[in-house]
Design a protein around this ligand. Structure first.
Ligand code: HMG
Ligand code: MG
Length: 298
């Protein structure tokens, strides 16, 4: 029997986490084409944008038009990020099927990213949860800075576990533990996950590793051994967080798929089509692809 989960669900975050941090604004029509290519590749969850302040993140200002323009494939979920009730109301008006709220395990990052304390952010999510229940919208949660903060450095695993448990308790169906600045290494990632597992069951957890220091695949492998079976990734390894200077994109979806398929894990995703999508979006942005597999295509 394999020591890794047999089936892995990938949450594609490139159109949101990737494009929110690119200097070039990708035109709405090209975002729509990218998302449609990703759903055609078999990705079942694609985070397509965010209803945040356009003054804070102008790249996501066209999220309602993107949602309106994509081919809504049956069985595919298209979540958007919402930071507050105003964002949630916009998401409901746009007809979303799923949203994601985002808190931080570090108070300085919370302040810089969403202009409030950790406790205040959790309070802001309560009306979001209430609205989601009345509209049948699923809510996912993020814990940023799970392996380090750009302003404070190390972050206590217990704090990560506490914020993750708060999100799970308020009704997030899944909580994604994010190494926002990609500083984690495998033993640190596994011990952080072990701390969270003492409070949240494994089937409600996901991992969201940025690859700034090239550790994301190694960290993923260490955590797969603990049974996590939902992984976030960004096509082409795009992006980063605008409030975490220097942080690069998430692990590239195609590089992650290559590793998972090699381990014998099923994903239901067509690797070649994801590489095509990575080349498509890199060309559209005028950038060299950041992933190993897309570079091999060149
Ligand atoms: P604020 O300035 O404190 O908000 O920002 P405010 O309530 O005082 O409102 C100020 C203005 O923003 C007002 O407009 C509001 O209407 C407007 P004005 O009167 O000045 O014209 N506003 C909004 N507009 C559109 N949509 C909204 C919204 N809310 C207020 N939802 C706020 C607080 C949370 C809005 C702001 O800090 C914000 O938008 N932050 C988002 C930052 C962000 O998107 N960061 C990147 C995503 S998180 C991430 O990447 C991490 C993740 O990938 C996991 C990981 O890797 O760690 C998820
Ligand atoms: Mg992120």
């Amino acid at each position: 029997m394999s020591r890794y989960p047999q089936r892995i669900r990938i949450v594609e975050v490139g159109p949101r986490d990737g494009l929110q941090n690119e200097a070039v604004q990708l035109p709405t029509a090209l975002k729509i084409e990218l998302i449609d290519r990703l759903s055609a590749a078999g990705l079942g969850t694609i985070e397509i944008g965010s209803f945040v302040s356009p003054k804070w993140v102008p790249q996501m200002a066209d999220t309602a038009e993107v949602l309106n323009g994509i081919a809504h494939r049956p069985g595919v979920s298209y979540p958007v990020l919402v930071p507050n009730l105003k964002g949630m109301e916009s998401a409901v008006a746009a007809g979303v099927d799923e949203v994601a709220v985002f808190a931080s395990a570090s108070k300085s990052f919370s302040q810089r990213n969403i202009n409030c304390t950790i406790a205040e952010s959790l309070r802001r999510f309560e009306p979001i949860m209430a609205l989601s229940r009345s509209h049948g919208i699923r809510v996912r949660g993020y814990v940023s800075c799970a392996l380090g903060c750009p302003y404070e450095g190390p972050v206590a695993h217990e704090k990560v576990a506490e914020v993750a448990a708060s999100l799970a308790d308020m009704g997030c169906y899944e909580v994604s533990l994010a190494d926002t600045i990609g500083v984690g290494t495998p033993l640190a990632a596994a011990s952080m996950l072990e701390a969270v597992l003492r409070q949240v069951p494994v089937d409600r957890l996901a991992l969201h590793f940025h690859d700034t220091y090239g550790q994301a695949l190694a960290n993923t492998l260490a955590c797969l051994e603990l049974g996590v079976s939902v992984l976030d990734a960004a096509v082409g390894g795009l992006g980063g967080c605008p409030y975490a200077a220097g942080a690069t994109g998430n692990v590239a979806t195609e590089d992650l798929l290559y590793m998972l398929h090699g381990l014998g894990c099923e994903t239901g995703v067509d690797l070649d089509r994801v590489v095509d999508a990575a080349c498509f979006v890199s060309d559209a942005l005028g950038l060299a692809p950041a992933s190993h597999l897309a570079r091999l295509r060149r």
